[in-house]
Write a protein that binds this ligand. Structure first.
Ligand SMILES: Nc1nc2c(ncn2[C@@H]2O[C@H](COP(=O)(O)OP(=O)(O)OP(=O)(O)O)[C@@H](O)[C@H]2O)c(=O)[nH]1
Length: 358
């Protein structure tokens, strides 16, 4: 029937079939992603992670922290209709494998591609084994390399994400304690909810103060500011020996936890170092960006882009510290739809203070 919401039996049957088909496709895809995530986790675990990192995920109520972490660890999205996951305990543990490039490698001897050798002093943070060292496709494969040489290798890290319950957000001691046991923070707000953004700004300011050398009782920072960039980040996990990691590596891992795709583009964010010299990269994540832009209020737009993006950049710019890498600071995501939001990434990259769109 035209112009009517009453369907003929045939139309109803047809629509039902379509909906059932869509459901089947969606759940099959989700199931496939979940299985892939599990396989990846298993094989990464077998490779033995080089280190563990704790990443704190904070943000207002209902901003999608659980959704982000479920997407991160399981590759799936649990909507309102899904029953809660009984195994979810305010956090997820999941491995992340990154392509690593040693900062500089100069070899004076002839090496072969099958048995690459790296000067031990150039190994960045953890042992490189033959199994995870893979020649870069651009490398000369005839075996004769002369300096400079670039080789990438894969390194797996275990990420322990902790979600801070929103009721603890207003307790500064609680938040400070949570920050003191984590290596990086993912700060989440919902792009649909101004109040959650204001809360995120307040949290960012708190973190700025918490990690600001100015608030530190130690005076060594003010006397030697140039040392800050190379300060050692140590993990507090008793099973891991303290060692040095670059802030950009931690930022990449935090980006992975925050479902920020293309982590090679994310070098760091706001943040700073506390009085123990710990550097805490911060990544600000605008969640639920699957909302069609046109459905948001027109006052939220500027040149077809939401003002929240600019607000986020300002918020992070305000808290940028000399210790933090000056590259990426925040991004938007949509765990509901999974991957595929590089448009936002590129958009933010272009506007991110001086980092261009690498
Ligand atoms: N459309 C859409 N909905 C989302 C997205 N992420 C989360 N949600 C929904 O938002 C609601 C809240 O998500 P949660 O992940 O439970 O949020 P939370 O921050 O963990 O909430 P609290 O634990 O109460 O603080 C749920 O109904 C999710 O399905 C998204 O990217 N898009």
């Amino acid at each position: 029937m035209v112009n009517s919401l009453v369907w003929t039996p045939d139309e109803a049957k047809y629509l039902k079939a379509i909906f059932r088909w869509q459901e089947t496709v969606a759940s099959a895809e989700d199931e496939k992603r979940r299985r892939e995530a599990e396989d990846a986790a298993r094989s990464a675990w077998e490779q033995k992670p080089a280190a563990e990192f704790r990443i704190l995920v904070i943000g207002g109520r209902g901003t999608g922290k659980t959704a982000l972490l479920t997407r991160f660890a399981q590759g799936t999205f649990h909507g309102e209709d899904h029953p809660p996951d009984p195994f979810y305990e305010r956090g997820r543990r999941h491995p992340v494998t990154l392509d690593m490039t040693p900062p500089t490698i100069t070899t004076t001897t002839t090496t072969t591609a099958s048995t690459p050798t790296l000067p031990t002093t150039l190994i960045p943070s953890s042992p490189i084994t033959k199994s995870n060292l893979q020649p870069h496709p651009n490398n000369n494969s005839n075996g004769n390399h002369h300096s400079p040489q670039t080789q990438t290798y894969k390194q797996t890290y275990m990420i322990d994400t902790l979600e801070l319950p929103s009721k603890h957000l207003h307790s500064n001691p609680m938040l400070a304690q949570a920050l003191s046991i984590t290596e990086a923070a993912v700060l989440v707000y919902s792009v649909r909810d101004d109040a959650s953004f204001r809360l995120a700004q307040g949290l960012a300011e708190f973190m700025h103060e918490h990690f600001s050398p100015a608030s530190s009782s130690s005076s060594s920072f003010s006397s030697a500011p140039s040392i800050r960039r190379s300060l050692i980040v140590t993990t507090t996990s008793s099973s891991i020996r303290p060692r040095s990691f670059s802030p950009s590596l931690i930022a990449k891992l935090a980006a992975a936890a925050g479902n920020i795709e293309n982590t090679t583009a994310v070098g760091g964010g706001g943040g700073g170092c506390d009085d123990k010299g710990r550097i805490c990269p911060l990544i600000l994540v605008g969640n639920k960006s699957d909302t069609p832009l046109s459905s948001c209020s027109s006052s939220s737009f500027d040149d077809d882009e939401p003002v929240a993006v600019l607000q986020s950049q300002r918020a992070v710019a305000r808290m940028r510290m000399p210790a933090a890498e000056r590259t990426f600071c925040f991004s938007r995501c949509r765990p509901r739809l999974g991957k595929g939001w590089t448009r936002y990434l590129r958009w933010s990259a272009r506007r991110c203070c001086g980092c261009g769109g690498r």
